[in-house]
Design a protein around this ligand. Structure first.
Ligand code: ADP
Length: 302
């Protein structure tokens, strides 16, 4: 059993030859994609064949209804999801250059209207022995409430601290089982620049000081670094041809959670997450770039 909490956005994605500089106008092609870090992660797990629950808040607008439909089509369970009258769904302006690099601006919309009470209601969908996954796009008060509930409910908690913001309580940090930042997020949380596996080791130690039981740092094309109090290891990324890195971290995190939910051993879970993220960067879009279970199986055997 697996449940995700987080944001959903309509991604307005412009493909451009290269990213613009300030003051410059460029031509590009626009595509609308379903996105949002929480939704992307839930879809990554659903594409792997799990049936994750997802809690998010959507506005009663065209985007909200379209986003809900695409989540359900991907196999995400939507019982906990709210469509809220009079509110505007989250959206993001994404620009992707031909080299796969991106720039993103987010309007959180109704994602910011999630309250601790709403989290309490949604928590009825957390099954026994569940793995719960959260990111940082929801209000911090809601996140603190979710993390506090771990003591009662006893779930396992994976936390992608994106976008990094202050205010998470020490008790909330201490309830995290796996914190899964990328290099930027690890730097923002620790002040240590993560350039390679060696510097990742230093950052991971500092992350553990914040309270989580384990740190799993993603390093883009380099791979991922894992550390808890007893062991540490690094695994290299799979070399692939990059088309669009949007949602790579979400692919990684959703697949890591799905793999733990399927009781894969830790290293295997990280390896599968690397494979899912590698396939994700070979395709355009966010949720549309999450690979199927079959595609991941073939990729890992080739
Ligand atoms: P985020 O998308 O949150 O910024 P990263 O850039 O660290 O996170 O990417 C997450 C994961 O996606 C990496 O650990 C890696 O597995 C995979 N990935 C990202 N970029 C590449 C790449 N160029 N080649 C292969 N895998 C990649």
């Amino acid at each position: 059993p697996l449940m995700f909490f987080g944001t959903t956005n309509l991604d307005l994605c412009f493909n451009v030859e290269r990213l613009p500089t300030p003051g410059e106008s460029l031509m590009g092609g626009l595509t609308r994609y379903p996105g949002g870090k929480g939704a992307n992660q839930a879809v990554a797990a659903a594409r792997l064949g799990l049936k994750p629950h997802f809690y998010t808040r959507l506005g009663d607008d065209d985007a909200g209804h379209w986003l809900l439909q695409s989540l359900m089509q991907a196999g995400v369970r939507a019982d906990a999801i709210q469509i809220s009258a009079g509110e505007v769904s989250g959206s993001a302006l994404v620009m992707v250059g031909d080299d796969g690099s991106n720039m993103i601006v987010i309007d959180p919309g109704t994602n910011l209207n999630v309250t601790p009470e709403m989290i309490e209601r949604a928590a009825e969908f957390i099954a026994r022995d569940a793995i719960v996954v959260a990111e940082m796009g929801m209000p911090i008060s809601a996140l603190n409430r979710l993390f506090e509930m771990k003591a009662d409910k006893g779930f396992e908690l994976i936390f992608k601290p994106a976008p990094v913001r202050p205010g998470l309580s020490p008790a909330a940090w201490a309830s995290v089982d796996f914190v899964t930042p990328n290099q930027t997020e690890a730097f923002e949380l620790t002040g240590i620049e993560v350039l390679d596996f060696h510097t990742a080791a230093g950052a991971a130690l500092k992350l553990l000081d914040l309270g989580p039981a384990a740190a799993l740092i993603t390093l883009g094309a380099q791979g991922a670094y894992y550390a808890d109090k007893k062991q540490s290891f690094s695994l290299r990324a799979f070399p692939v041809k990059v088309v669009d890195t949007t949602a790579a971290g979400d692919a990684f995190n959703g697949a890591f959670a799905a793999s733990l939910a399927e009781s894969l051993p830790l290293r295997e879970a990280v390896r599968r997450a690397l494979a899912v993220a590698a396939l994700c960067v070979t395709r355009r879009g966010a949720q549309s770039s999450m690979p199927s279970r079959e595609a991941v199986g073939e990729f890992l055997q080739s």
